[in-house]
Design a protein around this ligand. Structure first.
Ligand SMILES: [Zn+2]
Length: 235
C-alpha cells in the first residue's frame, strides 16, 4: 500500500502488520517507509483514517530523516561509515589480531575472520563509551559536592528511543552507547541532564535552573543534537 503525502510531494510505502493489540502503532524506518501495526481485524477504512490523521507526523519525521545523521543503523561493512565524537569515519576491515585503530577519517577494525567484525567493534565501542562517560561524570565533582551526592554508577547500552535515563534510588545513570557518535559537548550535555535528574525527577523550572547553573550553554548543545542526529533502528 502507498500513501501520498502532500507536504513532501510524494508517495511513501506503507507496511501493514496485524498484532494482538488494542492500539495502532506507527513508525518510520530509516529507509523512509512507514510501518503501521494494527489490532487484529482492523478494517481498511479504520487504517486509512489513522494514516490520514498521522500524515503531518509522518511528513515531519521524513523531513527530519532526510536531513539527519541516523544512528542505530550501522552496517560495519568495509566502506560504510560511522560517527565518532561528531566526526565521520569510514570503516575499513582488515585481517589481524582483533583491535580497532583510528586513523584520520578511517576506523580500522582488525579481525581474524570477517564474522567477528561486529563483536570486536561492539566491545571496543562499549569500552570507549564507558571510559568517556565516566570521565565526563568525574569532571562534575563540584556538582556532586554541592548536591551532597555520591558519584553515580553508570550502565551503558544501545538504546533506540532515548539518550539516557536515571535512577535516583539506585544512584545510577543509564546512557546510550550511541552517544559516542555525538560531538563531545553534546555528550556532556546529555550526561549533565541526567545528573540533574538525580536531584529533580521532572522537567520543571527547578530542574532547568539547576541545569543552567552547571551548564549555562546547554540549549545550544541540545540544539546541535536535535538539528543533526536521529536515533532510528532499522526494522
Ligand atoms: Zn530529562
Amino acid at each position: 500500500m502507498r500513501l501520498y503525502i502532500d507536504s513532501i510531494g510524494r508517495d511513501v510505502d506503507i507496511d501493514i502488520e496485524y498484532k494482538r493489540t488494542s492500539r495502532y502503532l506507527l513508525s518510520v524506518t530509516p529507509d523512509m517507509n512507514v510501518r503501521i501495526t494494527c489490532p487484529l481485524g482492523a478494517k481498511t477504512f479504520e487504517i486509512n483514517r489513522v494514516l490520514d490523521n498521522a500524515k503531518p507526523w509522518i511528513a515531519q519525521r521524513i523531513k527530519k530523516l532526510e536531513k539527519s545523521i541516523i544512528l542505530g543503523n550501522e552496517s560495519l561493512s568495509s566502506g560504510s561509515y560511522i560517527y565518532l565524537f561528531g566526526d565521520r569515519k569510514t570503516i575499513d576491515t582488515r585481517q589481524g589480531k582483533p583491535k580497532v585503530l583510528l586513523e584520520d577519517d578511517s576506523m580500522i577494525v582488525y579481525v581474524e575472520d570477517e564474522s567477528k567484525v561486529k563483536n570486536t567493534f561492539d566491545k571496543w565501542w562499549k569500552n570507549l563509551a564507558e571510559k568517556t562517560f565516566s570521565d565526563i561524570i568525574n569532571k562534575q565533582s563540584r556538582f556532586f559536592n554541592d548536591m551532597c551526592l555520591d558519584t553515580p554508577s553508570i550502565s551503558v547500552k544501545k538504546m533506540y528511543t532515548r539518550w539516557g535515563s536515571c535512577n535516583k534510588r539506585l544512584n545510577k545513570v543509564n546512557l546510550n552507547s550511541y552517544l559516542l557518535s555525538l560531538p563531545y559537548e553534546c555528550i556532556e550535555y546529555v550526561i549533565m541532564h541526567e545528573l540533574a535528574h538525580l536531584v529533580h525527577q521532572n522537567h520543571k523550572q527547578e530542574f532547568y535552573s539547576l541545569l543552567v547553573k552547571y551548564m549555562p550553554d546547554w540549549k545550544q548543545r541540545k540544539k546541535v543534537i536535535d538539528d543533526n542526529f536521529l536515533l532510528c533502528k532499522k526494522s
